[in-house]
Ligand binder design. Sequence first.
Ligand code: ATP
Ligand code: SF4
Ligand code: MG
Length: 349
Amino acid sequence: MNGPVLEISGLNVDYGLGDAAVRAVRDIDLTLNRGEILGLAGESGSGKSTLAYAITRLLPPPGVITGGHVRYRPAEGGPADRNGDALKAGTGGAGVDILELGPEQLRAFRWQEISLVFQGAMNSLNPVHSVRSQLTDVLVAHRPEMSRAARNERAAELLSLVGIPADRLGSYPHQLSGGMRQRVMIAMALALEPEIVLLDEPTTALDVVMQRQILRQLVRLREELGFSVVFITHDISLLLEFSDRIAIMYGGRIVEQAAAKDIYRDARHPYSHGLLHSFPALHGPRRELTGIPGSPPDLKGMPTGCAFHPRCPKAIAPCSERVPALAPAGPGNRTVACWLHTEHRSGDS
Ligand code: ATP
Ligand code: SF4
Ligand code: MG
């Protein structure tokens, strides 16, 4: 795998201000490598979408990024060659910190370098505009130099990239199936050939066969076009099948991060283990579905220590008092935040 294309460090996101603030994303350290599919899993409310919105600076109010860095191409001087001077400012040779971009810089950055397919996005296509006009709108906004003919040609090319015949360009969203609408959203996200595509639950509303078809296509496109993907879902069996690496979130933190095959073979964090045993395995021996007892934590009253301790079948003495830091746990760049695997290290509480 190539070097990092995105490096998130110490990222914190709150909803609300002052005493009313709740922390939805906590101390996130995460690296996305070039060409990699990174899966992000966790139960509802674990902070997956919040993290995606923060990375792309699309966090809706009252969301506030209260700390951290999100460095794009951290090992380089930033993408100035693609975007001209707009992104040169403030790179300091350590990539672009997305959190420091001004509004104009952000406008140039989004879609072009990083794009996000929102959760439930297939319902956000404009019902009164054809697929052609929605695809070409992105090009009009970001490639004003393109002729109308070139834009139409590119729109047709984008549709066929995601497996939709170009003769559907004139269709309106209601004339397309759910799977096709979702593919159109993915085509829009790929329109400007970004380096990173974030997909937030891109297939949840679709049937299983359609989900897999779309994801298989995405993996093929990634191989052809070389972009990196952050793929978010609560369905860990999909991630095991399609990701290179998986990060698992609980209560706003990453609790385990490892190669997908390592998570499958040997999930170390008790929560990862619980998630793995909440979905039927697609391949290999059948696992007993035990699920995870209890409910995800309430942000307004997070448990002390390890937030998972009230539900954890393996909790030990320090678990209810001290937060275990995400720390290296074995070969293959695996990291785990659990007192069973981490000695004498503590994160912020
Ligand atoms: P899902 O799988 O349901 O999409 P998620 O992992 O994407 O869940 P987020 O949507 O990121 O979770 O939410 C993380 C936490 O932040 C949740 O506890 C949620 O209630 C809280 N939250 C999200 N949006 C807001 C908001 N606008 N105001 C206050 N709290 C919010
Ligand atoms: Fe369970 Fe303790 Fe590990 Fe948390 S730190 S997952 S409570 S064993
Ligand atoms: Mg979400």
